[in-house]
Design a protein around this ligand. Structure first.
Ligand code: PBG
Ligand code: ZN
Length: 325
């Protein structure tokens, strides 16, 4: 590059037209996935205190909410279920009449064009709140948990889910899910794997929303250590070998280097999950008048795309899509 004064990088920043010509990263509603919480019961719409603007819906209200999400230009939702009852083995997760299974059927009937991705995990359904089944010492048993998680994924596919997203971080679950989906005639259902999921403080607001805070211990025995990067690439490669179609890195903003590394190392489709705590931090600052919410959110989402994310899962999806339209 020629040095100054021949080179003046400001020249192409001088007008909106020139800035538009050289803009590297685009952000549109097509890149966004809206998470949603469905709860057992009738006619329920309740605000989630830790995530202002996000609500839990019973099925009929979720169907109405989905119409608004679709009208904003969002093509897919990521569904989390909050069952009426929990037990030691999380049986509600793989019940064919469970909350997610019923919600998927209702959503697909009302909005066939809206893609429904289901979060596949046990933590919302277990009495202890862990993503798998603990042994008597409280250690989460990998292979038993994988069996139940695969069963959950199959029942979501049977209900009509367009994709399944295992978020438990057990080893080998993607392979088990892929094998069983294929056996059961669901070879076209993609697996969007939470491949790189860190043990993060930013999940706090979500656990209030999903009522999934562990009753003992923490998730560091299965979720990743925030200090590790090379391990993220190994997780991603392993999931791809097991049959994952798309990889999730989560959370997003503290891990943008990981989004980039995973994207560059694998070339696979990557989604970044802008999680509850990232959402709530922006909301809180905006409510206090400390941040221009719209500008800060669009800047954040653009940064996540620039880091290498093809898709972004964000509680801001609907609002951001409305701002972008
Ligand atoms: C459950 C799950 C979690 C999230 C998605 N699936 C939370 C956790 O592991 O505690 C996080 C979503 C968010 O924080 O917004 N396995
Ligand atoms: Zn879980």
């Amino acid at each position: 590059m020629m040095p100054f004064p021949a080179t003046r990088l400001r020249r192409l920043r001088g007008s909106g037209t020139f800035r538009g010509l050289i803009r590297e990263t685009d952000l549109s509603p097509a890149h966004l996935i809206m998470p949603a919480f469905v709860t057992a019961g009738e006619d329920i719409r309740e605000e989630i205190p830790s995530m202002p603007g996000i609500e839990r819906y019973s099925i009929s209200k979720l169907v109405e909410h989905a119409a608004e999400v679709a009208a904003a230009g969002i093509g897919s939702m990521l569904l989390f279920g909050i069952p009426a009852d929990k037990d030691e083995f999380g049986t509600g997760a793989y019940d064919d009449e469970g909350i997610v299974q019923m919600a998927v059927r209702a959503l697909k009937e009302a909005h066939p064009d809206l893609a429904v991705i289901t979060d596949v995990c046990l933590c919302e359904y277990t009495s202890h709140g862990h993503c798998g089944i603990p042994d008597p010492d409280g250690k989460i048993q990998n292979d038993l948990s994988v069996e139940l998680i695969a069963k959950t994924a199959i029942s979501h596919a049977e209900a009509g889910a367009d994709a399944v997203a295992p978020s438990d971080m057990m080893d080998g679950r993607v392979g088990a899910i892929r094998y069983q989906l294929d056996e059961e005639g669901h070879s076209e259902v993609p697996i969007i794997s939470y491949s790189v999921k860190y043990a993060s403080a930013f999940y706090g607001p979500f656990r209030v929303a999903a009522e999934s805070t562990p009753s003992f211990g923490d998730r560091r025995g299965y979720q990743m250590d925030p200090a590790n990067g090379a391990e993220a690439v190994r997780e991603a490669e392993q999931d791809l070998e097991e049959g994952a179609d798309m990889l999730i890195v989560k959370p997003a903003t503290p891990y943008l280097d990981i989004v980039r590394r995973v994207k560059d190392a694998t070339g696979a489709p990557v989604a970044a999950y802008h999680v509850g705590g990232e959402y709530s931090s922006l909301k809180a600052a905006a409510e206090k008048g400390w941040l221009d919410e719209r500008a800060a959110v669009l800047e954040t989402l653009t940064g996540i795309r620039r880091a290498g994310a093809d898709a972004i899962i964000t509680y801001y999806a609907k609002e951001a899509a409305e701002w972008l339209q």
